[in-house]
Design a protein around this ligand. Structure first.
Ligand code: GRF
Length: 200
């Protein structure tokens, strides 16, 4: 059975989509471990409800001990080793991971980002797409899943899905549709990878 580790920082609605898809057989695989950098992330509750092992790795514990960000990333990669995962999924994970992590993890690391390739890298992507539309910009935004490389939200794209901004939308309505598109795309991409096919 192929196994993935899912990294989260918050509510974990994308984690929940993966949990449900594994249970329903849409993904031929299992979630072996959920890692959060936030001890109060609701996604940890979702993992425990699904009897999935969890690890909390708050960066501030390293900082408080005078340890570097590089040491944090190296340790984050090291804790994965015994879990023997085939894939690392960053799903609502809010820390940038660079070479200290990426060079040590010997399996693909993929990231979900709530914008189209090259559109709004970094944080608050949905709000930035919304504000651009309000200023007369494009009414097309979307979501993507990509391989993680050191440049933020810029690795080879594994899949993307457009989301139209409607005149009747407020930001909350748009966010809701974006998250639904995320859940759908992430499940499809992970299912393809674990089946051994590169995703759409
Ligand atoms: C999602 O838009 C995700 O892409 C972003 O954080 C939001 C919440 O994700 N990084 P989740 O509900 O914690 O999965």
């Amino acid at each position: 059975m192929k196994r993935m580790a899912v990294f989260i920082s918050g509510g974990g609605s994308n984690l929940q989509a993966l949990i449900d898809a594994c249970r329903e057989g849409k993904i031929q695989g299992e979630i072996g471990l959920v890692v959060s950098n936030q001890g109060d992330a609701y996604g940890l509750v979702r993992a425990r409800q699904a009897a999935i092992p969890t690890l909390t790795m708050p960066l501030r514990h390293w900082k408080e001990r005078g340890l570097s960000r590089q040491q944090f990333e190296e340790d984050l990669a090291a804790i994965l080793t015994p879990w023997k995962v085939d894939l690392v999924v960053l799903a609502g994970w809010m820390l940038i991971l660079g070479p200290p992590f990426l060079d040590r993890v010997r399996v693909p690391v993929i990231n979900l980002h709530p914008a189209l390739p090259g559109a709004f890298p970094g944080t608050h992507a949905i709000q930035r797409a919304w504000e651009a539309y309000q200023r007369g910009g494009s009414h097309i935004t979307g979501v993507m899943v990509h391989h993680v490389i050191p440049e933020v939200d810029a690795g080879p794209v594994l899949g993307s899905q457009e989301v139209v901004i409607l005149d009747t939308d407020d930001l909350e309505a748009l966010e809701g549709r974006i998250h639904m598109a995320e859940h759908d795309l992430l499940v499809h991409v992970v299912a393809d990878i674990l089946k051994g096919e590169e995703a759409r």
